[in-house]
Design a protein around this ligand. Structure first.
Ligand SMILES: [Zn+2]
Length: 438
């Protein structure tokens, strides 16, 4: 009996020993597994760390458009090299109306370690993003597709007592820029000071919205005013196949341009230091003809385009220093010399009052000033102060027949009625009819 007990005890101890040994082995296996996992994790973390370190070598710089900025200024502020600035402007200028850059719009550039631009991003608005990527053959332009909803809206009413057309259109929520277009176009024909209460008006707008509610852009397709004393006048938007054509404007149905484009001044403050004509040259001492007007102005003062046009010269020479010339619609050209910096490249389209450069003292010059010159349509220098208007074109031939068919489509759109929502303005009301066209 005692023996049996002992045998049983040995048996139990050896079974226990077996199980204990077995548990140890399992522990070792699981520890080894854990170690392998940790090594794998460490390797993947090291890999990620290297990736992050490499991506840290790309530098992201963001900036916003400030008053008077051109793309060139923004890019120089972002420390982009001059050759990259030129390449970027060249790659993007056909796709973006750089002259319409607005304060607050955002730019991002991703710089390589050597300071060259790898990626460039410009958000014109939430739906219009412009991207440029560096490739072996220069920068490649890409614009991601965002779907927009387009609407035609008709605003129809009559002038309320004591109201102006401007005021009434603003009060129903039409953006100020478009209200300005309506009155600018109509005032070529309508003497608004003679307008009377209950004179009738009708406006057709085409507007684009992102995600149905964010206003992206709009254009005035048609404006009409019918007054007891000022008469009945209509303005149609002509849209050329070339969106950059200077013919894109409002016309009467017979093709008469409704554009008031007087020549503006190239600077905000006008301090003439040398007038146009014969003078003793300050440096050579010889009597010469001064083919322009000199305006004394501190270095860095913004210089504006005096009228809309295309940049035909943007360069440097020893006499004129940094110079820019803009060819205007009627063939005349304006010239801006001795600039400190130039903000527009040859071939760019510029609008009236757009900043094209800064006052400087480059070339043969005795101090910071702007030499402003003007050539007539035959290329002869003329006194800039004698040029007051850029002649507006009348549509002819193919363009006139295109205008007629566009006017026909506009008239059709005017008769297509949708929901009518009258909005009260003073003692009058405006009927609003809207429909989605796309
Ligand atoms: Zn001069």
């Amino acid at each position: 009996m005692k023996l049996t007990k002992r045998i049983l005890l040995v048996y139990i101890v050896s079974i226990l020993a077996f199980f204990t040994a077995c548990g140890e082995e399992e522990k070792i296996i699981s520890l080894q597994k854990e170690r392998a996992e940790l090594i794998a994790k460490k390797d993947s973390l090291t890999k990620r760390k290297n990736e992050l370190e490499n991506s840290n070598q790309l530098l992201l710089i963001s900036d916003t458009v400030k008053a008077g900025d051109g793309l060139f200024q923004v890019l120089s502020r972002m420390k982009v090299s001059e050759s990259d600035r030129r390449a970027l402007v060249l790659a993007i200028q056909d796709s973006v109306e750089l002259s319409k850059m607005r304060v607050g719009q955002m730019f991002h550039v991703l710089l390589n370690q050597d300071g060259s631009v790898q990626t460039f991003r410009f958000a014109e608005n939430p739906a219009t993003i412009h991207l440029l990527f560096k490739s072996d053959s220069g920068y490649i332009y890409h614009r991601p597709d965002k779907k927009l909803t387009r609407k035609h809206s008709i605003f129809e009413g009559s002038l309320a007592q004591g109201s102006t057309l401007d005021g009434m259109l603003r009060s129903v929520g039409i953006p100020g820029r478009m209200v300005g277009v309506v009155s600018g176009v109509l005032q070529c024909k309508v003497a608004f000071q003679l307008a009377q209460p209950s004179d009738k008006f009708r406006i057709l707008l085409e507007e684009a919205f992102f995600e149905d509610s964010v206003w992206i852009e709009g254009k005035v397709l048609f404006a009409e005013f019918d007054g007891k004393t000022v008469g009945h006048h209509e303005a149609f938007l002509y849209e050329d196949p070339d969106p950059k054509s200077s013919y894109n404007a409002h016309y009467t149905e017979s093709g008469e341009a409704l554009v008031f484009d007087g020549l503006r001044y190239p600077l905000d403050r006008l301090h003439v230091t040398s007038a146009y004509g014969s003078r003793i040259h300050p440096i050579t001492g010889k009597r010469t003809v001064h083919h322009g007007i000199d305006y004394g102005s501190p270095k860095g003062t913004p210089v504006y385009a005096v009228a809309e046009g295309v940049v035909t010269v943007s360069g440097y020479d020893n006499l004129s220093g940094n110079k820019i010339s803009i060819r205007h619609r009627d063939g005349s050209s304006s010239w801006y010399l001795h600039l400190h910096t130039r903000a527009v490249a040859k071939g760019a389209h510029v609008n009236t009052r757009q900043v094209i450069g800064r006052v400087g003292n480059t070339g043969r010059s005795t101090g910071p000033h702007l030499h402003f010159g003007f050539k007539d349509e035959k290329g002869r220098w003329m006194n800039p102060s004698k040029k007051t208007m850029i002649a507006t074109p009348k549509l002819e031939g193919e363009r006139l027949s295109r205008l007629k068919s566009q006017a026909k489509a506009i008239r059709e759109s005017l008769t297509t009625t949708a929901a009518v929502t009258p909005q009260k303005v003073g003692d009058s009301e405006i009927l609003v009819r809207s429909r989605t066209i796309q």
